[in-house]
Design a protein around this ligand. Structure first.
Ligand code: ZN
Ligand code: ZN
Ligand code: ZN
Length: 330
């Protein structure tokens, strides 16, 4: 039995004691999920480094349970890692291996028709990665990073309950969601205050375009001189690793897809593998940003070799293809 199946068993058991069996059990998992999210908020507000780490792990558990609540609303057997082994008695006792985070996302998309847009992906992906790191490696969590991720996760949870849980169950989660909204506002205040504190710094960063930070998810990551820094959470990384982290969070792809249509491409200016199509972001002026040299532009693909061309290219071709063709004319 894994931790989340215990939680589901707990939720089912809690329900059974409280209300008649004829009523839906679906939302007790969701209630439990929201309870975890609120606990994460309390842990983060404590502020110690130890509890910040726990806050993010608890947050990931809460979000995972919320996804499971949606799967359960569709069909409880979807909570089994192996659906062929689904049995009602096992489900109610919690004696089963439950669906993984990745499986949940896949089933929600392919079976329940849940469409995670660009606002949902980064928070889900960063929690998944953080949880794995917290469980298996040492991880350093900063207060600004934790509070920002919690604010993002709460916003996601409030929207997810409204669009995916409430319409698919008969239960009322308004009480829990209200608590979540209240706690969210304290984190939002923190984020707003921090944004004010770093405003001058952000304004002075004019060479490149800000991109979403893979650590805190604020649009405050800035590239210059082969590295990125985040004014919000002080995250730092070399441009190439930052580009891959950004791509993993914003465009999760299979290995095959990443070979056919890679998200991270070679920068036409500095040739680092660090150019990302971050232009879908609000207020962005250019489609592409290189997270190594900071160059921005509406880069197009070369008609001949498909690599990215600088903005001032001639004939929709990269410099080397154009030189190659010109040398053929001689
Ligand atoms: Zn950051
Ligand atoms: Zn570059
Ligand atoms: Zn070319």
């Amino acid at each position: 039995m894994d931790a989340t199946s215990v939680d589901i068993a707990y939720a089912v058991g809690k329900f059974r004691n409280a209300v008649p069996m004829t009523k839906s059990i679906k939302c007790t998992v969701a209630e439990n999920a929201l309870d975890y999210l609120l606990l994460a908020g309390e842990q983060a507000q404590d502020g110690s480094e130890r509890l910040l780490k726990h806050a993010l792990a608890t947050l990931a558990d809460g979000i995972e349970l919320l996804l499971k609540a949606r799967l359960e609303a569709h069909d409880w057997s979807l909570l089994f890692k192996d659906v062929d082994k689904a049995e009602r008695a096992k489900f109610e006792s919690g004696d089963f291996q439950s669906v993984t985070f990745d499986q949940s996302l896949k089933r929600l998309k392919n079976i329940c028709g849940v469409d995670f847009d660009h606002s949902g992906f980064p928070i889900l992906e960063s929690l998944r990665q953080l949880r794995n790191r917290i469980r298996h490696f040492a991880v350093e969590v900063k207060s600004a990073q934790a509070q920002s991720i919690i604010a993002n996760a709460y916003s996601f949870a409030i929207d997810f309950v409204a669009t995916e849980i409430t319409p698919n169950t008969t239960d009322d989660l308004e009480y829990e969601v209200n608590d979540l909204r209240k706690t969210l506002s304290t984190f939002k205040e923190f984020v707003a205050q921090r944004m004010k504190d770093i405003e001058a710094k952000l304004k002075s960063q004019t060479y490149s375009q800000h991109v979403q930070c893979p650590a805190c998810l604020q649009d405050t990551l800035y590239a210059e001189g082969e590295k990125v820094t985040c004014a919000f959470c002080n995250f730092e990384a070399d441009g190439e690793s930052a580009a891959y982290a950004w791509a993993d969070q914003n465009y999760p792809q299979s290995l095959k897809d990443s070979l056919i249509e890679p998200v991270v491409e070679e920068c036409p200016e500095c040739a680092s593998m660090a150019c990302v199509p971050a232009g879908h972001m609000k207020g962005a002026s250019y489609t592409h940003v290189c997270l190594s040299c900071g160059e921005t532009g509406d880069f197009q693909h070369c008609l001949r070799c498909n690599s990215l061309c600088p903005t001032d290219n001639v004939g929709d071709m990269c410099d080397s293809c154009r030189e190659h063709i010109i040398s053929g004319w001689d």
